[in-house]
Write a protein that binds this ligand. Structure first.
Ligand code: PMM
Length: 263
């Protein structure tokens, strides 16, 4: 059955004035909830990779994520670190993370692949064409599924050259990264091109803008979560090994329906 990665943002909580301790505490409590709801991996991030998001420094990123990772790892929870920075990846694995989730596929930080090779952790390589700030300028494809698969194949080769065993690789089509709404849908339809690469496939559609564009009107969080559960169920049917979501409970139910349907 397709696994669920629960998203945990270890970023300052704008609704809380309690400071860092409360922020970390909040993230840990949220992670425990997602785990209880059925997440098999908790994906911890301290820096947003959303379009137009500002970069934070590596030291600040680590101050945000490391206490959360250490607390969850101590409870035996499988944790991944969502980062573009090799230094943060290594520190996170030392704190107990088992997987490095790099949406840039090792392109943002030239030290990433060698650093991960030295840790023994698994790595998720995302399809990426450049920083969030201007990624839509790079949204040009001949056939998006085939093009994304070809670019991921070269990241797989780079990971192998850095000494990462093929069994430790996960690939991710990078929904929303340098892709328009139409290209995201085309890519999901052509997910088989990415599945055919061989490694486990992770798919992240959760609450993304292309869902809101498709739903139209005031696509609030609840509507985006419902749409995410549907895309995650369809991704499971298309061969995804895992889906990365905010609303774990809804996606767990959607995946249970898929499993019942499939018998
Ligand atoms: N998307 C975001 C962040 N991290 N990681 C993976 N592996 N795949 C994704 O699609 C992905 C990711 C951006 O979305 P968020 O800000 O809602 O987490």
């Amino acid at each position: 059955m397709t696994a669920i990665w629960g998203i945990v943002n270890a970023t300052p909580d704008s609704f809380s004035d309690g400071g860092r301790y409360l922020d970390a505490d909040h993230a840990i409590a949220h992670a425990r909830l997602l785990r209880a709801q059925g997440a098999s991996v908790l994906d911890i991030g301290g820096e947003s990779t959303r379009p137009g998001a500002e970069r934070v420094g590596v030291a600040e990123e680590q101050r945000r994520v490391l206490p959360v990772i250490a607390a969850l790892a101590a409870e035996g929870v499988p944790v991944s670190i969502d980062t573009l920075n090799a230094e943060t990846a290594v520190a996170a694995v030392q704190a107990g993370a088992r997987i490095v989730n790099d949406v840039s596929g090792g392109l943002a930080d030239p030290d990433m692949l060698a650093a991960v090779a030295s840790t023994g952790a698994d790595i998720a390589l995302g399809h990426w064409r450049g920083p969030s700030a201007d990624m839509y300028a790079r949204a040009e494809y001949t056939r998006v599924g085939r093009d994304v698969a070809a670019e991921l194949r070269s990241r797989i080769a780079a990971a192998a050259a850095a000494g990462i065993a093929p069994s430790r690789l996960i690939v991710d089509p990078g929904i929303g990264f340098a892709k328009t709404a139409t290209q995201n849908w085309d890519l999901l339809r052509e997910l088989g091109d990415v599945v055919a690469l061989g490694p486990r496939v992770l798919v992240g559609t959760s609450r993304k803008r292309f869902l809101a564009e498709t739903l139209g009107g005031e696509a609030d969080e609840a509507r985006r979560d419902l749409a995410t559960a549907v895309t995650s169920a369809l991704a499971a049917r298309a061969g995804a090994w895992a889906v990365r979501v905010h609303d774990v409970a809804a996606t767990r139910d959607a995946l249970a329906v898929v499993q019942a349907w499939d018998g």
